[in-house]
Design a protein around this ligand. Structure first.
Ligand SMILES: CCCCCCCCC/C=C\C=C\C(=O)SCCNC(=O)CCNC(=O)[C@H](O)C(C)(C)COP(=O)(O)OP(=O)(O)OC[C@H]1O[C@@H](n2cnc3c(N)ncnc32)[C@H](O)[C@@H]1OP(=O)(O)O
Ligand SMILES: NC(=O)C1=CN([C@@H]2O[C@H](COP(=O)(O)OP(=O)(O)OC[C@H]3O[C@@H](n4cnc5c(N)ncnc54)[C@H](OP(=O)(O)O)[C@@H]3O)[C@@H](O)[C@H]2O)C=CC1
Length: 378
């Protein structure tokens, strides 16, 4: 057997060994700092795994090695690219105050991440909001914080969107609290990266149930109730850029999000006659705990991801909020069946055959041009 114990590999093995020792309650002294083992040893394993990933993809400088064992270091954010200074995010709320006065909004997954930002925006502009997801405590905290900030009521309702009976109960509760909504945002989702050959049937089902079936249960049940009451409304679904292209390693999510897009485009055609509009936002990468902890848990991929975004940075929850508010508002009553991508240009950047030529330098271009010109007449 050939044991190739190069410097690089030896260091990686040492890291894993250290993390195992730490996991069992040891104490490691690096330079002047003592890192006591984390209460949960798994964190150290995760940190070591992160280091292994990062070292393979983006080799660490020597000075970073000591920090690399510490889980907080492993999950440091990647920097934006220089051109990002041309494109600063504007987090201010775009629509005029009162744009959603006397309106009721229902947001699934409204307790965290993008759902929370959209709820905050709707509430700030006058809407009474109902937010629904599984974790009532999380919803309650968000609801209290937003209500205190805006003065408009946010109601938390526990609901697992995978369960049609729970969805019906949640909507019953909503009808009692606020009446049926004018604005519906289907934002709840589940996802994780995994090689498809490792997916169990239940892994597949879990994601498809949350994303596609959950959106369908909420949308169909609400749609039927709105039609019965002859009440118009705007429906918005949050999908993702790979709903269009598909993507390896998130296959259940890609399949389900594509299904959501088909559902919304179909209903836009069928239910316009009942006063219902259906639109879709496809966000690019935006740092939220829910997404990044499941899609880039080691932090190893963020830098390369930012590298392929022409605008040179991640999006912000407030950028999605502003677009979602516009699409859900009375300014957008002519918009239905629309799919709007908001991704800093990432999708087209990944799609174009020649886009990697961005890496070619000025001198290299001179050389290439000369070579091409030499072919004249050949
Ligand atoms: C390239 C770098 C990328 C960086 C970031 C990129 C940003 C762009 C993002 C683009 C799109 C984003 C889309 C999103 O949807 S992000 C939002 C993500 N948020 C969430 O997922 C929040 C909710 N998630 C959850 O609650 C859980 O993560 C859940 C697993 C989806 C559901 O929880 P639960 O119902 O409790 O399910 P179980 O834990 O019981 O698991 C069910 C089933 O699934 C299997 N499974 C779980 N995790 C994995 C995994 N990592 N790998 C493989 N399989 C997994 C689990 O084993 C169960 O199956 P079985 O019973 O057969 O064991
Ligand atoms: N962040 C990003 O880069 C991108 C995000 N997106 C999309 O944006 C949306 C929001 O994601 P983000 O804010 O990042 O992530 P979060 O994880 O913060 O949001 C997901 C929300 O869905 C809720 N949820 C999950 N499962 C269920 C369920 N079974 N029933 C009801 N609610 C559920 C969660 O609440 P709870 O746990 O309480 O149930 C949570 O509030 C998602 O649709 C996601 O696909 C799209 C592209 C990029």
């Amino acid at each position: 057997m050939n044991f190739d114990l190069s410097h690089e590999k030896l260091f990686t093995y040492l890291l894993i060994l250290c993390s195992i020792i730490i996991s069992f309650g040891g104490v490691v002294r690096t330079h002047k700092t003592t890192y006591r083992a984390c209460a949960v040893g798994r964190l150290n394993m995760a940190a070591a795994a992160a280091v292994v990933f990062r070292r393979n993809l983006f080799p660490l400088k020597l000075g970073q090695k000591a920090c690399a064992l510490h889980s907080s270091c492993a999950l440091r954010d990647a920097d934006p690219l220089p051109q990002a200074s041309f494109f600063p995010p504007n987090d201010a709320t775009m629509l005029p105050p009162g744009s959603f006065s006397d309106k009721v909004a229902f947001v699934t997954g409204g307790g965290t991440g993008l759902g929370r930002a959209m709820t905050q925006g709707l509430s700030q502009l006058g809407a009474t909001c109902v937010i629904a997801s599984r974790k009532l405590e999380v919803l309650q905290k968000t609801a209290e914080e937003i209500t205190a900030q805006t003065g408009n009521k946010v109601f938390p309702v526990a609901c697992d969107v995978r369960d049609p009976a729970a969805v019906a109960q949640c909507l019953d509760q909503m009808e009692k609290l606020t009446g049926l909504p004018d604005v519906v945002i289907n934002n709840a989702a589940g996802n994780f990266v995994s090689p498809s050959e490792k997916l169990s049937p239940n892994g597949w089902k879990t994601i498809v149930d949350i994303v596609l079936n959950g959106t369908a249960f909420v949308t169909l049940e609400l749609g039927k109730r709105l039609i019965r009451q002859d009440k118009g409304a705007s429906f918005l679904a949050i999908t993702t850029i790979y709903a269009e292209s598909g993507s390896g390693f998130v296959v259940p999510s890609a399949s389900a999000k594509a299904g959501v897009e088909a559902l919304y485009k179909s209903l836009a055609a069928e239910w316009g006659r009942y006063g219902l509009r259906f639109n879709i936002i496809q966000p690019g990468p935006i740092r939220t705990k829910g997404a990044f902890s499941r899609l880039d848990p080691t932090g190893a991929f963020e830098k390369s991801m930012i590298g392929r975004i022409p605008v040179g940075r991640l999006g912000t929850p407030n950028e999605i909020k502003n677009l979602a508010l516009y699409m859900s508002s009375h300014y957008a009553t002519w918009m239905s069946g629309a799919v709007v991508r908001l991704d800093g240009g990432e999708y087209v950047s990944m799609a174009g055959e020649f886009n990697d030529l961005r890496k070619v330098s000025k001198q290299q271009w001179d050389l290439i041009e000369a070579m091409i010109r030499q072919t004249k007449g050949s």
